[in-house]
Design a protein around this ligand. Structure first.
Ligand SMILES: Cc1cc2nc3c(=O)[nH]c(=O)nc-3n(C[C@H](O)[C@H](O)[C@H](O)COP(=O)(O)O)c2cc1C
Length: 307
């Protein structure tokens, strides 16, 4: 084992740094500007049953604490992803691991996407984005409704033997309770967290900055929120692996998540700003392990709580 290697959901990863869903396309689009095989892996952009055009422009905007986006989960749909994007992705990665991000707007759609993709060799698992509206049941987010969350995960569980990672919203009032529902229904791991709902106003125009109005907040302001969510879930479910995500731009940020209990660490907004950032984080983690004479696997969850 090298100092950076970790095991997550039964799979070996050469290091814990993964590109976050929605910020790296289907990977192949980035292959010329980012050495994907130097990273632990990546999580694809959302895949839904049907193609989605997404939200009106502008879809992203900046504010002092980071970024807001309302992309509307735009994607070409599961048929096109399997036929074109996954083959292109696996033509350019060998060591980096791939999780496919799955989204649905009715309970059965998550399992439908997985059933369609599951005979494609390559992905090591699926990440379920449950921070989206259950359209057939009044639009409440799946992750915020324990019954719907349990149904989504258990039907997805029945559709595959690959690991299932459930991605939760930081806005859930009791994130550890939602995590437990997901694990009881068959999730192997959790991603903490998705973007935080927000509204940025363009004062000169007296309108929201984003075409959709509200959006998801990501970047620096999300770091302490995601680290806390990771720590809360680690305390409640110590044996369940976590992908820590939100606001990571340096090796120090990644270490905050690892110490709080994450096994993998996602990088989203910071990698969109500069695609060299995830590689720099990997090198920074290697220097830290060298200096501290330790391995990352030894450090996961070793945050000392003040007594
Ligand atoms: C432009 C953009 C698009 C995103 N699209 C998705 C998506 O399709 N599915 C998903 O689960 N998360 C999506 N996310 C959320 C990220 O995966 C991540 O949870 C969030 O950005 C927090 O990490 P960060 O602060 O490092 O960006 C998106 C984020 C951004 C900025």
């Amino acid at each position: 084992m090298t100092p950076l290697a970790v095991t997550f959901a039964g799979v070996d990863w050469q290091n814990p740094v993964v590109l976050a869903s929605g910020t790296c396309g289907y990977g192949h689009e980035l292959a010329e500007v980012c050495d994907l095989d130097a990273l632990g892996g990546l999580v694809t952009k959302a895949v839904s049953v049907a193609p989605r055009h997404g939200a009106p422009a502008p879809r992203v905007g900046m504010f002092d604490g980071g970024m807001v986006n309302a992309v509307g989960l735009a994607n070409p749909g599961m048929v096109e992803v399997k036929a074109r994007h996954l083959p292109a992705l696996f033509a350019c990665v060998r060591r980096a691991r791939v999780l496919v991000n799955v989204v649905g707007f009715a309970i059965d759609e998550f399992a439908e996407v997985i059933t369609h993709l599951d005979d494609f060799a390559g992905p090591v698992g699926y990440e379920l984005n449950v921070s989206c509206p259950n359209v057939k049941a009044g639009g409440m987010e799946f992750g915020a409704d324990p019954q719907a969350l349990s149904a989504v995960v258990s039907r997805a569980r029945a559709a595959t033997r690959r690991p299932l990672v459930v991605k939760l919203s930081p806005a859930l009032p009791a994130i550890a309770d939602a995590a437990r529902v997901a694990v009881d229904a068959g999730a192997d791991a959790l991603t903490l967290t998705n973007t935080m709902p927000g509204l940025v106003v363009d004062v000169a125009r007296r309108r929201p900055m984003l075409g959709f109005g509200t959006g998801g907040m990501s970047g620096p302001a999300l770091l302490p929120v995601g680290v806390r969510a990771t720590w809360l879930v680690r305390k409640a479910l110590p044996s369940v692996p976590v992908i820590g995500l939100g606001g990571v731009a340096t090796a120090d940020h990644a270490l905050q998540y690892l110490l709080a209990g994450a096994t993998l660490v996602g990088v989203g907004t910071a990698g969109m700003r500069d695609p060299r950032t995830p590689g720099r984080i990997v090198r920074g983690l290697a220097r830290w392990c060298d200096r501290e004479r330790t391995t990352l696997a030894e450090c996961i969850g070793t945050l000392q709580w003040p007594t």
